[in-house]
Structures are given as structure tokens and as C-alpha cells.
Design a protein around this ligand. Structure first.
Ligand SMILES: C[S@@+](CC[C@H](N)C(=O)[O-])C[C@H]1O[C@@H](n2cnc3c(N)ncnc32)[C@H](O)[C@@H]1O
Length: 191
């Protein structure tokens, strides 16, 4: 596990404090925007970088079969306590899942924190594993003072994400549909 993963492993107990808030916030986003996705053909979902599981949990409550994967064992432990199927896995080493093995791959708030090469790994793994749809929820590709401050503290790849993220996602996926779903967040939908 790299330093970024170790940070999340360490903060997992505190991250869990916000689980109910996250479920509420993500739930609202999903309710308002699920129509953007051709979701009637979707049964199985893989949540990459699931953390404590809030994004996957929202889909599970809507009846989908959800599996979560995260590099941090302490996150996975909490995801399981939150009633999700989860296991450890590292994007940069390749995930154990077979090609096209889930109808949809989702990933919330993971891409912006990764280094450029790991972000490419995330997008490529999502494309490989998804049979129908990839849904990435993450920051818009634009500076915002509030997000800048939070991300300065986290110390991840956010500032690189703002600069190179858009061309990166478009170089890996065809026809990415970008929709603004909250003040700071977009959905990037593709396959
Ligand atoms: C900001 S958290 C988002 C968690 C969750 N998706 C959410 O929205 O609450 C980023 C997550 O990505 C995970 N992560 C970071 N690097 C990873 C990697 N190389 N492979 C898999 N997961 C990774 C972290 O452990 C962390 O749980």
C-alpha cells in the first residue's frame, strides 16, 4: 500500500463518522440523477475505492447487488460492518475481477486523490471490468477555494487532477458524458 492508501487506512475510524451524512448526500445525488444512466439493464455493481461503502450502499438500498474494493483494510472492515460485501484490492496492482464481470463499475471521490499513473490504472480497470457502464463521481475539473483547502490538507493528486484529469478520462473512455450533480461534483458516465 502506498502513502495515500496508508493515510486512508489510518483515518478509517474518523471517515466512518460521516457515513450517515455521506449516504444522505450521495442518496440525494443518485435519486436526482439516476435517470442519466440506462440502469434498467444493471444488476451487479463494483464500487472501486469503496472506503466505508457509502456510494455502494446507496445503490444496494435500491436493490442492486454491490461489491466494494478498497486498498485500505481498515476501510474494508468498516464497509463490511456497514452491510456491504467488500474486499481489499489495489488498483495499481490490477484487481482480481474478470473482464466485463460487473454490469456497472462505480467509483466516488477516488480519481482526484491518485497520482496520474494510478488514475490511469483506475480508469483502465473500470473500463475492463464494466460490461455496460462506468460511473465516476468526482470533482469538477476547475479550481475552487474550498476544495483547494481540503485537498491541500489531504495532499493527494488533486492539483494534477484539475490540470490533466479531463484529457486523461477522455483518452481512456469514448464519449464521456459529464453532468454536474452538486456544487462541486460531476458524474462522468461512459464505457
Ligand atoms: C476519498 S476516499 C473515497 C471513499 C468512498 N468511495 C467515498 O466516496 O466515501 C478514497 C478511497 O480510495 C481508496 N484508494 C486509494 N488508493 C487506492 C488504490 N490504489 N486501490 C484501491 N483503493 C484505493 C482509499 O483507501 C479510500 O478509501
Amino acid at each position: 500500500m502506498d502513502q495515500h492508501g496508508m493515510l486512508f487506512n489510518k483515518i478509517a475510524p474518523y471517515y466512518q463518522w460521516f457515513f450517515n451524512y455521506q449516504v444522505w448526500h450521495y442518496g440525494k445525488i443518485v435519486d436526482q440523477n439516476i435517470h442519466l444512466i440506462d440502469h434498467k439493464n444493471i444488476d451487479t455493481i463494483l464500487d472501486i475505492g469503496c472506503g466505508t461503502g457509502a456510494f455502494g450502499y446507496v445503490f444496494k438500498k435500491q436493490g442492486y447487488e454491490v461489491m466494494g474494493i478498497d486498498v485500505a483494510p481498515e476501510m474494508v472492515k468498516r464497509g463490511k460492518n456497514n452491510d456491504l460485501y467488500c474486499e481489499t484490492g489495489d488498483i495499481s496492482k490490477g484487481l482480481k475481477c474478470k473482464d466485463n464481470s460487473y454490469d456497472m463499475v462505480i467509483s466516488a471521490m477516488v480519481a482526484h486523490g491518485l497520482t496520474e499513473d494510478k488514475r490511469v490504472n483506475l480508469y483502465k480497470e473500470a473500463r475492463r471490468i464494466a460490461d455496460k457502464i462506468v460511473l465516476i463521481q468526482d470533482y469538477k475539473f476547475e479550481r475552487n477555494i474550498f476544495v483547494d483547502l481540503i485537498e491541500k490538507v489531504e495532499g493527494g493528486g488533486y492539483f494534477n487532477y484539475i490540470k490533466t484529469g479531463e484529457s486523461q478520462i477522455n483518452s481512456i473512455f469514448e464519449n464521456v458524458v459529464t453532468r454536474n450533480v452538486s456544487r462541486h461534483l460531476n458524474w462522468y458516465i461512459s464505457k
